[in-house]
Design a binder for this molecule. Structure first.
Ligand code: FES
Length: 106
């Protein structure tokens, strides 16, 4: 299990035990973070799984693929160096202690 700190749209923070091998989006949905609509189900076509990642963790994540980057940069809530699509991040042990904040929907 991987410890993930999650702040919802109301600003409330809680920790979850992330399941390795699932996406970050799936972990958030499985833990009832309904603020995260994830409308496309992880197909990288909706941007409703947008999260902000803390600076330390962001630098350790895999690079953005082009399609993820295009979607994020189209969002009015995009923040360089922090924004990611949670469906495009597979949880692994290197993400232990990551802090994510659910971004407002565009
Ligand atoms: S769930 Fe649609 S882009 Fe992530």
């Amino acid at each position: 299990m991987v410890k993930i700190s999650v702040t919802n749209l109301a600003g409330q923070t809680s920790d979850i035990d992330g399941e390795v091998g699932l996406s970050l989006m799936e972990n958030l949905r499985n833990n009832d973070f309904d603020d995260l609509a994830a409308v496309c189900g992880g197909c990288c076509s909706c941007c409703t799984c947008h999260v902000y990642v803390d600076e330390d963790s962001y630098s350790k994540l895999p690079e953005l693929e082009d399609d993820e980057q295009y979607l994020l940069e189209d969002s009015e809530h995009f923040q360089a160096g922090s924004s990611r699509l949670s469906c495009q991040l597979e949880v692994d042990d290197s993400m232990d202690g990551i802090k994510v904040t659910i971004a407002p929907e565009a």
